[in-house]
Design a protein around this ligand. Structure first.
Ligand code: FES
Length: 151
């Protein structure tokens, strides 16, 4: 880990009871600097926090905004829960994937876009919903490509 990453993790430590509790923040910090969390980074974080890599991997896997593989510059999370599904979210997601020539979970050839599934984003009354680099995009329509990519 870089000195900056360690400084930022250290700044979080007073907010948590023990080092293992800061693990999500530590993963987010490393991801912010590197774009994703590699195996080497995960091992380094675990060592620093004095928890097992397996324990940290469990946290990283559970928290689906931590990327364990490289992602594109723009990450699109498409809600795959029931309200969005009932209002055609699957069909719109497929349309987006066809446009980008990717399958769900993949990154476009130019490295720009990654499309990932996510559970309910808490905006069911405005389904179907997606999130673009962390920004909620509700009320999606057949114009999903334009609505999400601005094309
Ligand atoms: S089901 Fe999609 S936002 Fe709740």
């Amino acid at each position: 880990m870089s000195a900056t990453e360690i400084d930022e993790i250290n700044a979080e430590l007073p907010h948590y009871e023990d080092k293992s509790a800061v693990s999500i923040e530590a993963l987010k910090i490393v991801q912010k600097h590197r774009g994703w969390v590699s195996d080497d980074s995960l091992t380094a974080i675990a060592e620093y926090l004095k928890i097992s890599p397996a324990q940290l991997e469990g946290v990283a896997t559970f928290y689906n905004l931590i990327y364990r593989r490289p992602v594109g510059n723009t990450v699109i999370h498409v809600c795959d829960s029931v309200s969005c599904w009932m209002l055609g979210g699957d069909r719109l997601r497929d349309k987006l994937c066809r446009h980008l020539n990717v399958k769900l979970g993949e990154t476009s050839q130019d490295g720009e876009y990654t499309v990932l599934p996510i559970v309910c984003l808490g905006a069911c009354d405005r389904a179907p919903v997606a999130m673009v680099n962390g920004e909620l995009r509700p009320d999606l329509t057949d114009n999903i490509v334009q609505e999400l990519l601005g094309e």
